[in-house]
Design a protein around this ligand. Structure first.
Ligand code: NDP
Length: 434
């Protein structure tokens, strides 16, 4: 912390893991040094991205790739394009990714990257030129056996296409060095849906263990991007009422729940027209309200699914959820709950799943995409979806069994952290000091 005082998000993520792996370190004190090694990224690449906008002006952005840990396999993790991107954010994301990827049980290391470029308001041509410039600086560092980037906030199907196209143009290799590709050019079916669907598959186990179900339940979902929209779709298909969605400007509240048509309208609005969520109340629904600057956590519901961004749910929000009788908080985003929020959720005895366990479906199917690329095969939707369901069930079982092994009262957060940490730590020890 003294060396990097400007990295609060990274230390928030580290503090959370360090606190919960203590029971394991007590049993295996030799792993303390391994934990210390894990805090230092293997490599950090910081590069200039210079590109021309539609007016012919040269614009400069910062590009990064943080390779955190390759003990279990090649680097794996998304690219984020958002003005808030800096080293602290990417180190926190890459650190979380280390444990998440280990939990999937697949041979994946951990990395994360991105840029402070904001795709919002940019033309398709500008996004393409930016992506080409970004990849021109990165292509020598990635590959199917070294580091395999994917999408994250601000990097969806359009950006992956431009990035992978440039990678192939420069290397002449169609070797699957990125995941999240279109299904007719090397991508896997169910990859776009995987994080949101996986979140609901995971949460369904927790809810079932409490003798509850999503059928008829009111669900508060935040965000309206890849994770939120697919989580909402899966919840609706299970009979739940998704009563909120949001973006960085505000929240919509649909008291009786979004219909499939309503969700299709929002999906087209956010992914094709790239508009604002408030247009739902202006153009589609008369029963919904829009609250500028609002968050889903101000409304009543049974379960909450934060699916937008880090620290979007703070201690006050969590207290409001507890007061409103919400029974579970299941993280779709990475680190959406602050430390104070997690404390309030736990002391209110709500069900809780940490993002690194419940949002691992995306990277899980990315691992399946890598396997399909390496084997030159293409699996059908049913096969990928059933493998995704198995991955989520296995993560749930690992987190629960590990919590039981250390007598942690069913604490899935600690169980997931310990299970992920132990797998990576054992792999590091086996490979010697490096
Ligand atoms: P998208 O870019 O598709 O969507 C992000 C959504 O969050 C948008 O609705 C965006 O609103 C909103 N948002 C972004 N920043 C803020 C903010 N500061 N305040 C409020 N709302 C905000 O990203 P994804 O859905 O892919 O990612 C969402 C979260 O899930 C991230 O934490 C990501 O790391 C995590 N995740 C994603 C995975 C994936 O497979 N995509 C895998 C695992 C985790 P607006 O439209 O206004 O920008």
């Amino acid at each position: 912390k003294q060396r990097d005082p400007d990295q609060p998000e990274f230390f928030q993520a580290v503090d959370e893991v360090v606190a919960s792996v203590k029971p394991l370190l007590k049993e295996r004190p030799e792993l303390v040094d391994v934990l210390a090694r894990m805090l230092e990224p293997e490599r950090v690449l910081h590069f200039r991205v210079a590109w021309q906008d539609d007016d012919g002006r040269t614009e400069i952005n910062r590009g990064f790739r943080v390779v955190m840990n390759t003990a279990c396999g090649p680097g794996k993790g998304g690219l984020r394009f958002h003005p808030s991107v800096d080293l602290s954010t990417l180190k926190f994301l890459a650190f979380e990714q280390t444990f998440k990827n280990a939990l999937t049980g697949l041979p994946l290391g951990a990395a994360k990257g991105g840029s402070d470029f904001n795709p919002r308001g940019r033309s398709d041509d500008e996004v393409m030129r930016f992506c080409q410039a970004f990849m021109s600086a990165l292509y020598t560092e990635i590959g199917p056996d070294t580091d395999v980037p994917a999408g994250d906030i601000g990097v969806g199907a359009r950006e992956i296409g431009f990035l992978y196209g440039q990678y192939k143009r420069l290397t002449r290799r169609a070797d699957g060095a990125m995941t999240g590709k279109g299904s007719n050019w090397g991508g896997s079916l169910v990859r776009p849906e995987a994080t949101g669907y996986g979140l609901v598959y995971f949460a369904r186990h927790i809810v079932a263990d409490a003798d509850e179900s999503f059928d008829g339940a009111k669900c508060l979902v935040s965000g309206s991007g890849n994770v939120a929209l697919h989580a909402a779709a899966k919840l609706i298909s299970l009979g739940a009422k998704v009563v909120t969605l949001s973006d960085s400007s505000g929240v919509i509240h649909e008291p009786d729940g979004l219909t499939e048509d309503g969700l299709a309208f929002i999906t087209e609005l956010k992914t094709v027209r790239r508009g604002r969520i408030k247009e739902y109340t202006e153009e589609f629904s008369e029963s919904a309200e829009y609250v500028e600057g609002g968050k889903p956590w101000q409304f009543a519901g049974d379960y909450a699914f934060p699916c937008a961004t880090q620290n979007e749910l703070d201690g006050d929000d969590a207290a409001a959820l507890v007061d409103a009788g919400v029974r579970g908080v299941f993280e779709g985003a990475n680190m959406p709950c602050t430390a104070e929020a997690i404390e309030a959720i736990k002391s209110g005895s709500l069900m809780y799943s940490p993002g690194k366990a419940s949002n691992a479906g995306g990277v899980g199917v990315s691992g399946l995409e890598m396997a399909q690329n390496a084997g030159h095969v293409f699996w059908d939707e049913e096969e990928v979806d059933s493998k995704l369901q198995s991955i989520m069930e296995d993560i749930y079982t690992a987190a629960k069994d590990t919590a039981d092994r250390f007598d942690l009262g069913g604490d899935l957060q600690a169980g997931a952290n310990i299970a992920g940490f132990e797998r990576v730590a054992d792999a590091m020890v086996a490979q010697g000091v490096w």
